[in-house]
Design a protein. Structure first.
Length: 186
């Protein structure tokens, strides 16, 4: 992990803990869940929003004004609006992706769920995703939410990450292992 990523994650962790605690005390976990989902969707869809969050060309006031309007238009909860405003005033909007990821993990933990990051060569069918979730639930002992990413470069198979554990059954990794074995022999 690069030093910058480590710093961003540390900042995000502190803000996420504070926001989560405030939402929990105010019995606003559901509102926080919908805010996190809405912000993740907006970031995925809008290159302009991603630029606003990361570009040093925008002044503190421009970022604050823009993020305030975005929060109002998206009808985010007061807690989320306040944290976005605070991040903008401290010029820390760049940690938003990490903040949302940490909040997703905290919310899943609150629900007794674990998120499994699954990389596949082609999109899983509903039946395949359900079967995978069922299998992982038997291993982990908690309800599983699958976050799927499609990456054709793995050729086939799956790469599954649950917490700190990773299972790589991709054809690309098997070919790499075979190539390394062939180098050692010859």
């Amino acid at each position: 992990m690069s030093e910058t990523a480590g710093i961003s994650t540390g900042i995000a962790q502190r803000y996420a803990t504070a926001v989560f605690d405030i939402a929990k005390e105010g019995k606003a976990i559901k509102a926080l869940e919908s805010d996190v989902a809405a912000l993740e969707g907006a970031m995925a869809e809008s290159a302009d929003l991603r630029t606003l969050l990361t570009s040093p060309l925008y002044s503190r006031d421009e970022q604050s004004g823009a993020i305030g309007e975005i929060a109002k238009k998206m009808e985010l909860s007061d807690t989320t609006r306040n944290v976005l405003s605070l991040l903008a005033s401290k010029r820390r909007l760049f940690v938003m992706p990490q903040l949302l990821a940490v909040l997703q993990d905290m919310l899943a933990d609150e629900r007794g769920e674990v998120t499994a990051e699954v990389t596949t060569a082609k999109k899983l069918t509903k039946a395949q995703a359900d079967k995978l979730a069922e299998t992982l639930k038997a291993q982990v002992g908690k309800s599983i939410t699958i976050k799927e990413t499609v990456d054709e470069s793995i050729i086939g198979g799956l790469i599954v990450k649950v917490g700190s554990k990773m299972i790589d059954t991709s054809i690309a990794s098997k070919l790499n292992a075979l190539q390394n074995t062939m180098k050692e022999v010859g």
